[in-house]
Design a protein around this ligand. Structure first.
Ligand code: FES
Length: 274
């Protein structure tokens, strides 16, 4: 069928393109993957229970700021940074420690340069792919007006780095239970979770800019500075940022799922503690 060719050689019409490949597969998979994660984490956050087992703490609930110890599978009271569940908490919301936590990783991922490309394409179709017309009617205006909040990414990064230390600590103390050193499948799951999240976080574009973005030359004084090594390390991770974004996203959800299943007694946790 003949297509109307607009000025500049692009076909007119919503989502119109002359691309012959299946360009829509990527945005579709992105949509399914992100939706699955959002639905699962929202559900898990509203449970408020089964986020702790032995020495395992779900990353969706860490750190525990307040605890409702009567909830099944809740963290012990002494795990909470600020103690018992606050009285001012509204009754219509479950007493879930995740509500105090998830805003930080959500802000970090939502404003991430990679995820912006991913969800602008797959959720909003602005445009859905390279050389494909936007799905909507409005003209491209860039990240203006409300989308200016995307500029806060660097500040979300600072919080995310703090979380890497907290989750690494969680992974390390998962090897101690009742004062005994040991290892369980959950410990390995938590270590992988911390490593993948660190690989994602330390490959951040904003961090790469902080490390070397304003420098014109790393070795003009004749020596390769330690800063250059840091920048190169970040650059290595940055080149794989999309891969680590997806791996860490999947694994953080899986880690919560694993601890939840073990806490509920659905699956056993193989460990040296017996
Ligand atoms: Fe993706 Fe910063 S750009 S985490």
């Amino acid at each position: 069928m003949a297509q109307t060719i607009a000025v500049g050689g692009h076909p007119a019409g919503r989502a119109a393109t002359v691309r012959p490949d299946r360009w829509w597969v990527g945005p579709l998979l992105t949509f399914v993957g992100l939706m699955a994660f959002v639905v699962y984490t929202t559900w898990a956050a509203f449970q408020g229970d089964h986020y702790f087992h032995g020495s395992y703490l779900s990353p969706l609930y860490s750190p525990v700021l307040f605890v409702e110890p009567s909830a099944a599978g809740a963290a012990p009271a002494d795990h909470a940074w600020f103690g018992a569940w606050p009285d001012w908490w509204p009754d219509f919301l479950p007493a879930s420690p995740a509500f105090f936590i998830l805003v930080f990783p959500a802000a970090f991922r939502t404003t991430c340069y990679y995820y912006r490309k991913a969800y602008y394409r797959s959720f909003f179709g602005t445009p859905p792919g390279c050389a494909v017309n936007p799905v909507g009617r409005s003209a491209y205006r860039g990240e203006t007006f409300l989308l200016l909040f995307q500029n806060l990414h660097r500040y979300a990064l600072y919080a995310a780095v703090v979380f890497i230390f907290i989750l690494t600590y969680d992974a390390l103390i998962s090897f101690f239970r009742g004062g005994r050193l040991g290892v369980g499948v959950g410990s390995v799951v938590l270590v992988i979770n911390a490593v993948l999240l660190a690989a994602y976080t330390f490959g951040c574009h904003s961090l790469r800019h902080l490390a070397g973005g304003r420098m014109d030359c790393f070795s003009c004084d004749g020596v390769v500075s330690p800063r250059h090594r840091v920048w190169r390390g970040i650059s290595w991770l940055n080149a794989r940022h999309m891969q680590f974004a997806w791996l860490s996203l999947f694994w953080v959800g899986f880690t919560d799922f694993y601890i939840r299943m073990v806490s509920m007694g659905v699956i056993p946790d193989l460990s040296t503690w017996g």
